[in-house]
Design a protein around this ligand. Sequence first.
Ligand code: 13P
Length: 292
Amino acid sequence: MKGEENMPLVPAACLLKHAQKNAYAVPAFNFHDLVDLQAIITAAQAEAAPVILMASEGTIRFAGFSYIEGLASAAAREAKIPFALHLDHGRELDNIVKSVRHGFTSVMFDGSHLAFDENIRLTSWVVDVAHRVGISVEGELGQIPGAEDDISVSAKEAGMTDPGLVAEYVEKTGVDALAVAIGTAHGLYKGEPKLDFPRLEAIRQMTSVPLVLHGGTGVPDATVRQAISLGICKLNVGTDLRLAYTGSISLALREQEIHDPRPLLGIAKEAVIEVVRDKIRLCGASNKAHAI
Ligand code: 13P
């Protein structure tokens, strides 16, 4: 894109294609309010990296579409890096349509809990609507365990992505990106997560669509790097940012009495910036912004 001018809110597909071609992943971060949104954009600018801002259905209930749209458009005026505004784990078709109307440049339709044919049917509908207005769509095959806001998938319900279904799903739906279940989970891990790399390689053989790894919190750096080398183009991280946000506030309040939210939220913002910069570097996304 261009030198020092502001960079627009772009479709996620535009960022993911560049990442795929240049063997890195675009880091995607869940945000909830002005504090963590500013932290993500500040960190991305410091690293000159593209990023994806993700709002879940829980965040939309908390903040409302209008405020999220307002925050993202303010960021688009201020930011000098390209970024996308993405609906994370959209299950309600209502929320997909509202995202399209409220300036989102990417939506995930999570039909992973549905029967295969129904997942294809509804995801195709979402792709049809979103593509008419240039918005990217992420689909999901297999089910990622753990809790992401109010979507909770038990280990029993969870199922890894079947490589044998990937080509048909991608071809029939026309998705721009595919979230895969290969051993990560949303939230905190009890032990060290073991990723099924042969499965990831088999999925990669079946499609050239950019692949997405959810549950980025707590995955060892070497494992993330290997996943990226095998075709992961988007890394989702949420819990790590929430822990930095709330943990830094709890610590500050234990150490001193603070009655003004601004210094307190400033401490939280700095803590989130650190985590985001770390993940950007891990993804190999630093200094990629101006080449897109
Ligand atoms: P974590 O909260 O485990 O980092 O996962 C985030 C995520 O995958 C959002 O879709």
